[in-house]
Design a protein around this ligand. Structure first.
Ligand code: ADP
Length: 532
């Protein structure tokens, strides 16, 4: 194999290729005596005995000795006088030898450098440092050895740094994908929240908003992102609150306040959040704000109703209690001189105590139904039977006022899944009101009407009583509501109709109807689902 076959391959060449190149570049300087394993399983020819650098040295000396001798001889012959014209043959032979030796030196040096370069290239291109080191140490000339070792050290250092960088890049990549997943999860959580959430940056620009916030403030993401809050939120007070929360000391973890938007009341929670920007030149850390708006309108309304309810209960209890206390005092002080007066006082005390008892019973029943703690025993019940029982119960009171009480009942086959006692209580309350608010000589009609198409049954109590003013109709089923004009007609608590509502709607999933005309009478109806 001659030198023209040496192929210098690019840096990207594989270790195998490089090793083969080097092996093939080796000229037939001496006979191959052994086979040495290649770095990655290749069989490569090499030489035993003299090492490459030693061989080079010997060859150089071999070339230099005859060159020097020929040089001395030629110079001597030229300096010494001679009688023959031209160059004597022996001198011509010397010149030829000189030229041949010079050529040998040049060729040897060129081949040595070439081999060294090939070995160097192999070493640098090799990804296996051990293989490269072995080949490099064996192949390089002694004078290139230090250079090779420096290159090898440098290569090792660069390789180590590359490996370290690759490792770091891998770790950063993993960290990045983890952060991306966490970010997506956080966004998904915020978006799925039913309460409005806004996230702003250190310039009071919108960074994130969920659909509830979009609906509340009337903007749409992603168009609204990176827009100033002053543009997106018309409520200046709210924007100012968010700005104040951002400008506040970050050590104050969160701010809570209440804020009204239109008719809604919101509990605002504003928490500072690092915006990812570093501190500025004066060391102030930049941060945005996460704003959570929790709609507490219902809670506020419930709290208001509760305090109103407590005030009303106290008022309702005070009236019969005051009456009881006053008459008891008169009896104690002996103000009731005769038996007749005393028995009158006792009657008043008894009526007040009964009213007090009814009031407390109604309140307890209502609050138990509302709280879901009332014991309910539902079973298929013939509505007509229950309605008839209630009518029979009220008949004496109706007759006492000269009121006619008629019934129109359905066969018992029409049943509802109901609690008998509660259903009875509801029908009785409607009949009782009809008797109370119907003047003497009036009429009351009780009807139980099945409605096949809607699979319901309707219990209807109509009277020819005083009726209810139109403006009061929407408030008839509220707790403690009593029609002002009718108060004189009968004593009451204002809780009876609310209890009917709780029994029909909350307990039995039914519906209440009411139609009334002042001076003509009223019709209260309850619609209940039929059972099979
Ligand atoms: P109470 O009868 O104890 O006052 P209710 O809740 O049963 O309490 O009734 C509330 C109010 O509704 C009554 O005060 C009365 O003014 C009015 N009302 C109820 N039923 C009738 C009716 N059939 N006709 C006219 N007004 C009625």
């Amino acid at each position: 194999m001659n030198q023209s076959q040496i192929q210098l391959k690019p840096w990207s060449q594989t270790e195998d290729d490089a090793a083969e190149t080097f092996a093939s570049a080796e000229p037939a300087l001496s006979a191959p005596t052994s086979v040495m394993p290649a770095p990655v399983g290749k069989t490569v020819r090499t030489f035993s005995g003299t090492s490459w650098p030693g061989l080079d040295r010997i060859r150089s000396i071999h070339a230099l000795v005859p060159t020097a001798a020929a040089l001395v001889w030629v110079v001597g012959a030229a300096v010494l006088p001679t009688n023959q014209p031209g160059l004597p043959p022996i001198q011509a032979l010397g010149v030829a030898c000189l030229l041949a030796c010079a050529a040998a030196i040049v060729v040897t040096a060129w081949r040595t450098r070439r081999r060294a370069m090939a070995a160097l290239e192999l070493s640098i291109a090799s990804t296996s440092r051990r293989a490269a080191g072995k080949w490099g140490a064996a192949a390089l000339g002694a004078e290139i050895q230090p250079l090779w070792e420096a290159v090898e050290r440098q290569t090792a250092e660069v390789t180590r740094q590359i490996e370290q960088l690759l490792e770091e890049r891998k770790e950063l990549g993993l960290e990045l994908s983890l952060i991306a997943v966490q970010k997506r999860q956080a966004e998904a959580i915020i978006r799925s929240m039913s309460d409005p959430v806004l996230v702003t940056d250190s310039y009071d620009q919108l960074v994130l908003a969920n659909p509830a916030a979009e609906e509340l403030f009337g903007f749409k993401c992603p168009d609204a992102l990176r827009q100033p809050l002053t543009v997106l939120v018309a409520d200046e007070k709210l924007v100012a609150l968010i700005r104040q929360a951002r400008e506040a000391d970050t050590r104050v973890a969160r701010r809570r306040t209440e804020h009204e938007i239109g008719e809604q009341v919101f509990a605002l929670t504003m928490s500072p959040v690092a915006s990812g920007q570093s501190e500025d030149e004066v060391g102030v850390e930049h941060h945005g704000v996460v704003v959570l708006l929790r709609d507490i309108t219902k809670e506020r309304k419930a709290a208001r109703l509760k305090s109103e309810f407590v005030a009303q209960v106290a008022h309702e209890l005070r009236t019969p209690l005051s009456s009881i206390r006053a008459y008891v005092e008169m009896l104690v002080d002996g103000e009731a001189a005769d038996e007749k007066t005393r028995s009158e006082y006792f009657e008043i005390i008894q009526t007040s105590a009964d009213g007090l008892g009814r009031l407390i019973d109604n309140m307890l029943n209502i609050s138990r139904i509302e709280a879901g703690t009332v014991r309910i025993n539902k079973e298929p019940i013939a509505v007509s039977m229950v309605a008839k029982e209630a009518a029979d119960m009220m008949r004496p009171a109706a007759e006492q006022k000269g009121i006619s009480l008629s019934e129109e009942l359905t066969p018992v086959m029409y049943r509802v899944l109901a609690d008998r006692d509660l259903l009875y209580q509801a029908v009785l309350n409607l009949l009782s009101n009809a008797v109370k608010y119907t003047p003497e000589g009036g009429r009351i009609h009780l009807r139980v009407i099945p409605q096949e198409e809607s699979k319901t049954i309707r219990v209807e109590v109509s009277d020819s009583g005083v009726g209810i003013p139109k403006e009061d109709l929407p408030r008839m089923f509220q707790k403690f509501f009593r029609v002002e004009k009718n108060k004189e007609m009968a004593k009451g608590t204002g809780l009876g109709l609310n209890l009917v509502k709780q029994i029909v709607e909350t307990v039995h999933g039914g519906e209440l109807t009411l139609s009334s005309e002042v001076g003509k009478g009223s019709t209260f109806g309850m619609i209940l689902p039929l059972t099979q």
